[in-house]
Design a protein around this ligand. Structure first.
Ligand code: NDP
Ligand code: KPL
Length: 286
């Protein structure tokens, strides 16, 4: 039986752990310290409680290791990977943004495009929607998909993986920026001016992707606005929760990454430049 590990028992990690555990997989959740995580859902009174082991006390290696800490927290996890992996371990980095996989000194490491929405507060992870991880299609990821076939974790293998990465970057660019900066949930989409700003941000993201050789159809803006339209008004984004909880936001990996690409291609992206500056400013002490 494969040994699965999940580092980071938060909004995403707890849901992955729950899916694997429910289907009978041998799964261990690893957090900063030992404890428990309660998984709740808005319209259900049933809570699932999973045990969490302290990462520094963990012994033995895993066959599959999902890493679900924030981009800003990855450096704290990397030193533990040597003891938690063996040469055949497959690491799946489940993060928004792009560009962190280079830090892994592991032969089989992939980044998943994550569609699992939730919030972690204290020991409670509230799951809002989705359980989708998109990975590049190859022999290793096909074996992983087969290994979790009994679970409700929806692992999708893509032959056009970079398209999926950019699509998600653009999804995050607009909604994460406006929710974090307004310190408000998807409720703000009821305001037409906010929707217009989102459309402009999406279009700037699409222009950056095109300069990088990833081309989206014209209907993409409408499609992403449709995804936002499906969010319940009480749902925030990972960046919004970081902002309201006074935690470091993943600005470098989303808006900063796109801003850098925009400069490299000498593009005119006024909305991105504005939200990026304001997000950086909001993290300044004073
Ligand atoms: N939340 C969402 O809706 C979505 C999130 N994502 C992405 O998924 C990634 C994870 O986000 P999310 O689940 O929201 O984050 P959370 O903050 O909810 O969870 C991160 C978890 O990692 C733990 N952690 C941090 N450092 C360590 C460490 N050194 N060792 C062990 N555990 C550690 C945290 O512990 P502690 O609680 O002690 O800080 C926390 O439990 C991010 O890149 C995010 O952008 C993608 C799609 C949607
Ligand atoms: C936009 C969203 C909610 C999509 O799952 C997300 O990725 C996030 O909260 O960071």
């Amino acid at each position: 039986m494969y040994k699965f590990g999940v580092i980071g028992p938060g909004a995403v990690g707890a849901v992955i752990g729950e899916s694997l555990q429910k289907s009978g997989c041998n799964v261990t959740l690893l957090g900063r310290k030992a404890g428990k995580v309660h998984i709740e859902r808005v319209k259900s009174s049933k809570a699932v409680i999973l045990p969490v082991e302290g990462i520094s006390e963990a012994t033995g290696s895993f066959d599959y290791l999902f890493i679900t800490v924030k981009g800003t927290q990855l450096e704290g996890v990397l030193p533990f990977l040597e003891q938690l992996t063996q040469p055949n371990t497959v690491c799946i980095l489940c993060q928004n943004g792009f560009g962190q996989l280079e830090k892994f000194q592991i032969p089989h490491a992939y980044q998943a495009v994550v569609y699992i929405s939730g919030q972690k507060k204290g020991q409670i992870a509230t799951h809002f929607r989705d359980r989708i991880l998109i990975l590049p299609e190859n022999e290793v990821t096909t074996k992983l998909k087969e290994a979790v076939t009994e679970s409700n974790l929806d692992i999708q293998l893509s032959s056009n993986y970079h398209y999926e990465v950019w699509y998600k970057l653009i999804v995050n660019l607009a909604i994460n920026s406006v929710t974090a900066l307004s310190r408000n949930t998807a409720l703000i989409l009821q305001e037409e001016k906010v929707r217009k700003l989102c459309e402009k941000l999406i279009q700037e993201g699409i222009a950056i992707a095109a300069a990088e050789g990833i081309h989206f159809e014209e209907k993409t803006t409408e499609e992403i606005m449709g995804i936002y339209g499906g969010y319940p008004s009480y749902m925030g984004t990972s960046m919004y929760y970081d902002m309201i909880n006074g935690q470091a936001m993943e600005i470098d990996f989303i808006q900063g990454f796109l801003y850098q690409k925009s400069r490299e291609h000498d593009l005119y992206t006024p909305c991105l430049d504005t939200v990026y500056s304001l997000l950086l400013a909001s993290e300044m002490g004073g």
